[in-house]
Design a protein around this ligand. Structure first.
Ligand code: FES
Length: 116
């Protein structure tokens, strides 16, 4: 098993793909690459990856990642974007950054999320 996994990120109609060490934190991998999971207003004011503010949400496009943090579990259950600061990259992952996000991103019913 390789120590690297692929991270594929959609930002609008652009796709970025790069490899990161297995076990990397998704939020940190995005920020290191200059891609922000935050909206305009939460870029500077957020909880810094502590799982409290829920402003770092992204949509997971491929196989779901099981939530391990209570707040990410709630986001997944109720249809909000997943907390990138609480997702560990254990395998290849494809996500979408949320464009036009003000704070948390849009709630979507489960059926629509699966079709994204
Ligand atoms: S940065 Fe606050 S919940 Fe992720």
């Amino acid at each position: 098993m390789t120590d690297l996994v692929w991270l594929r990120v959609w930002a609008g109609d652009r796709q970025y793909a790069w490899q990161v060490p297995r076990g990397s934190n998704l939020r940190e991998a995005l920020l290191r690459r200059g891609l922000s999971p935050y909206g305009r207003y939460t870029q500077r004011i957020n909880c810094g990856g502590r799982g409290l503010c829920a402003t770092c949400g992204v949509r997971i496009l491929d196989t779901p990642v099981s939530p391990t943090h209570w707040h990410d579990l709630a986001a997944d259950h109720f249809g909000y974007p997943r907390l990138s600061c609480q997702i560990t990259l254990e395998r290849d992952l494809e996500i979408r950054l949320i464009s036009g996000k003000k704070l948390w991103g849009q709630w979507l019913p489960r059926i629509k999320r699966q079709a994204e």
